[in-house]
Design a protein. Sequence first.
Length: 195
Amino acid sequence: MSFWSEITIPGKPRLLIVEGSRNIQGWEADFCDRLFNVLRRKGMELLSETPLRVNRIQDLESALQDQDTFNCLFLLCHGDGAQVPEESKLSSFWAGLSSYKGLPPTLLAVCTWESHDPVTSQSILAARDSFAQLAIVPQSALSPRAAGLFFMKFFTELNLHAHDSITGKMVWFSHSKAREILKRRNLPGQVGMRC
């Protein structure tokens, strides 16, 4: 029995980074910029000069219309929380993305930091018929440090090993490497995957 499916997403990873936090706590935009710059230095193909900053799902329309350009969507937003506007919560972004017609098979990676949304995370991991054929989603709160290390390692490994397509096996392998770095640094947090 294998840990991954036979799903294959064509093409080398082409990453659209979407920052939907509204910078509510004052550090999220800077965090996203640093992560973006590290991934660019590591040779990841990024589809814009800066992270795409959106306040709500509707702000993503034009990027989604250029859907042939990306096969990985990295969404950084808030999970849940009383101080967070509904439109910038993961549940709102997921509702909009999952109902958007015509998105190609995509690897969806989600970062929600400390405000974990277990219901929406589980919904994403269970959504086998969605555009998100492969998915990486927090299953617990993550400190910014843990989240940064995890996703930097995940995408670096994926970019190294996915030469002409992204497979479930490569996602599983990259996730394992990223999880290992959190263990070595004694950083708590769980990130689930559907691969």
